[in-house]
Design a protein around this ligand. Structure first.
Ligand SMILES: CC(C)(COP(=O)(O)OP(=O)(O)OC[C@H]1O[C@@H](n2cnc3c(N)ncnc32)[C@H](O)[C@@H]1OP(=O)(O)O)[C@@H](O)C(=O)NCCC(=O)NCCS
Length: 324
C-alpha cells in the first residue's frame, strides 16, 4: 500500500498588514475599546493580514498552490486530486477547489472542498492521505484558504481581533516510504453553538446570522482537552512516543492554547511552531501556513516527524502525524 509523502509546500498572505494598534484605532472610531496590550496578553496575536475587498479565497488558494507546486516540482496538469479546506468559499457552488483547478490550468482530476472550519486542513490532509493509500490518487494538492474577514462582525471586539486571512498548501505524492503515518479526525456536533456562523443564502437573501459567533471560554476548554487526547491517541495508533516528535504544528488560534498543549504533551517550546503572533487565526489556512513557514526557514527537515493538529467549529478536531 503506498504512503502519501509531502513533497512541497507554499503559503500566501494578502499584503495588507493590520497591527493591533491599527485595529484598536479603527474600532475606536465606532466607540469600541480594545488595545494591543489586551490582545497580546489574551491571545499572543500582534498583527494579521487582511484581504482587500473583492479578493476571494480561490485567489489566495491559487497563489499558495502555485508556490507549493513550484516547490514540489510538480506540474498542475499532473494533479489527480485537489482538496480545498475552507469555510469562506467564493460561491455556494462550484467548489473553491474547482475554481483553483481551473486557475491552475489543471483538468480531469477530482476537486472538492472540505468544510471543517479551523480543523479543515487536517481533515483535508487525512482525506488526501486516504485517497493515496487506497490507490485512488497519486499526486494531490491540499489547500487551506480563507477570507475569514468576510464573516467577522467588526463591531464584536470579542471575535474580530482574533482572525486573519491567508492560504497554505502542500503537495502529496504516492511513495514507498512514509509519509503520513497516522491520522485521527473527530467531531462533536452537539457543541455546534459554541463556534458558528449560522446563516445561509436562501430565496435570494441571507437567512440567519452571517457572522461568526463564539463562546471563547467554552472553545478554549474544549480545544485543550480534545487536542491533548487526540495527540496521545494518534501517537498510540502509530506506535510513536510523544517525545519522538520533532515538530508540533498546532492550529494557530491562541498562544495560550498552544503553550498549554505543549506543556501538557511534554513538548519543549523549541519544538512548537508558532505563527499566531504574525498571522492571527486564519482558520483552515493556519496549519499549512505555519508548516510552510517552518519548512522554509529550515526548521522542518527531511526525515523529521511532524504532528499537525486542527480544532474548530463543528465542533471538530484532529491530528496528522507525518514523516518528512
Ligand atoms: C476569546 C478569548 C481570547 C477571550 O479571553 P477571555 O480571557 O476568555 O476573556 P472574556 O471573554 O472572559 O472577556 C474578559 C473581558 O474582556 C473583554 N473583552 C473581550 N474582547 C475584548 C477586546 N478585544 N479588547 C478588550 N476587551 C475585550 C470582555 O468584554 C470582558 O469584559 P468584562 O469582564 O467587562 O465583561 C479566549 O476566550 C480565547 O482565546 N478563547 C478561545 C478562542 C479560540 O481559540 N477560538 C478559535 C478556535 S478555532
Amino acid at each position: 500500500m503506498p504512503y502519501a509523502k509531502i513533497i512541497g509546500s507554499g503559503g500566501y498572505l494578502p499584503p495588507r498588514v493590520v497591527t493591533n494598534d491599527d485595529l484598536a484605532a479603527d474600532l475606536a472610531t465606532r466607540q469600541i475599546e480594545t488595545s494591543d496590550t489586551w490582545i497580546v496578553e489574551r491571545t499572543g496575536i500582534r498583527q494579521r493580514h487582511l484581504a482587500d475587498p473583492g479578493v476571494t479565497t480561490s485567489q489566495l488558494a491559487t497563489r499558495a498552490a502555485q508556490i507549493a507546486l513550484d516547490d514540489a516540482g510538480v506540474a498542475a496538469e499532473d494533479l489527480d486530486l485537489i482538496i480545498v479546506a475552507t469555510s469562506t468559499p467564493d460561491f455556494v457552488f462550484p467548489s473553491t477547489a474547482c475554481l483553483v483547478q481551473a486557475a491552475l490550468g489543471s483538468k480531469g482530476g477530482a476537486a472538492f472542498d472540505v468544510q471543517a472550519v479551523c480543523s479543515g486542513f487536517v481533515y483535508a490532509l487525512a482525506t488526501a492521505d486516504a485517497f493515496i493509500r487506497a490507490g485512488r490518487a497519486k499526486t494531490a494538492l491540499v489547500i487551506g484558504a480563507e477570507v475569514f474577514s468576510s464573516i467577522l462582525d467588526w463591531n464584536d471586539r470579542g471575535t474580530c481581533v482574533l482572525f486573519g486571512d491567508g492560504a497554505g498548501a502542500v503537495v502529496l505524492k504516492a511513495a514507498d516510504e512514509p509519509g503520513i503515518i497516522a491520522a485521527q479526525l473527530n467531531a462533536d456536533g452537539s457543541q455546534m453553538k459554541i463556534l458558528c456562523a449560522a446563516g445561509n443564502v436562501a430565496h435570494g437573501k441571507v437567512v440567519g446570522d452571517p457572522f461568526l459567533r463564539m463562546d471563547g471560554q467554552a472553545v478554549f476548554k474544549l480545544a485543550v482537552t480534545s487536542l491533548a487526547k487526540s495527540a496521545t491517541d494518534v501517537c498510540a495508533e502509530a506506535g510513536i512516543k510523544l517525545e519522538e516528535i520533532d515538530w508540533f504544528v498546532p492550529h494557530q488560534a491562541n498562544v495560550r492554547i498552544i503553550n498549554f498543549l505543549g506543556r501538557r504533551l511534554g513538548l519543549t517550546d523549541d519544538k512548537v511552531v508558532v505563527t499566531v503572533d504574525q498571522h492571527a487565526n486564519t482558520s483552515a489556512a493556519s496549519v499549512p501556513l505555519a508548516f510552510d513557514a517552518a519548512r522554509r526557514d529550515g526548521r522542518i527537515k527531511q526525515g523529521d516527524l511532524v504532528m499537525m493538529q486542527g480544532v474548530g467549529g463543528g465542533f471538530t478536531w484532529g491530528s496528522v502525524l507525518a514523516r518528512m
